[in-house]
Design a protein around this ligand. Structure first.
Ligand code: IMP
Ligand code: MG
Length: 177
């Protein structure tokens, strides 16, 4: 186990996350019974959540990735949205589940969900591990939500601070980020 800085306050344990993801997977599997949806992981932050979520699903899934925008090394959103890497799967007629680590301002998903919807999918759903309502400008409808964390800058379980700490099994708040 790695040493965790003193200013990292535990928010979610690995067990809490695992239990919640199992529940979410049951719900998503029920909603998509008989289908084979495309799960679109939003890089980089969602890679661990996506990996755990798809392994808990009981319907067969296809997996693709998009990279939309990044905070860079800042803890504040830059406001600029850019599709750095798009999915390559044709999604017309398919059921889509976009998998995101955390929703902050909502900007990233607002734009990308609209873009996906223009490609004629059968449906587009959104699964997010964490919703952070404090600074929301756009409120994408989250069909499957893991946790609501009111505020703070979070790291671990895929979430980074300046590129680091994604590998922590739990989620921590960086105090004085
Ligand atoms: P939004 O467009 O402001 O909703 O930004 C969402 C993206 O910003 C997420 O996909 C994360 O990659 C990143 N982000 C937002 N809040 C945090 C945080 O507390 N810790 C780490 N990354 C975050
Ligand atoms: Mg992200």
């Amino acid at each position: 186990m790695r040493a965790i800085p003193d200013n990292y306050r535990p928010i979610l344990t690995a067990d809490q996350i695992e239990n919640r993801i199992q529940e979410m997977a049951v719900e998503i599997s029920r909603d998509l019974m008989g289908e084979s949806p495309v799960f679109v992981g939003v890089l980089k932050g969602a890679f661990i959540f996506l990996a755990d979520l798809v392994r808990a699903m009981s319907v067969p899934v296809e997996i693709d990735f998009a990279q939309i925008s990044s905070y860079g090394d800042e803890t504040q959103s830059s406001g600029r949205i850019k599709v750095m890497k798009d999915i390559t799967t044709p999604i017309a007629g398919r059921h889509i589940v976009v998998v995101e680590d955390i929703i902050d301002t909502g900007r990233t998903l607002h734009h990308y969900l609209n873009e996906l919807k223009q490609r004629g999918p059968a449906s587009v759903r959104l699964a997010a591990l964490i919703n952070k309502p404090e600074r929301q400008e756009y409120t994408p409808e989250v069909d499957y939500l893991g946790f609501t964390i009111p505020h703070g800058f979070l790291v671990g379980y895929g979430l980074d601070h300046a590129g680091m700490w994604r590998d922590l099994p739990g989620v921590y708040e960086v105090i004085n980020a």
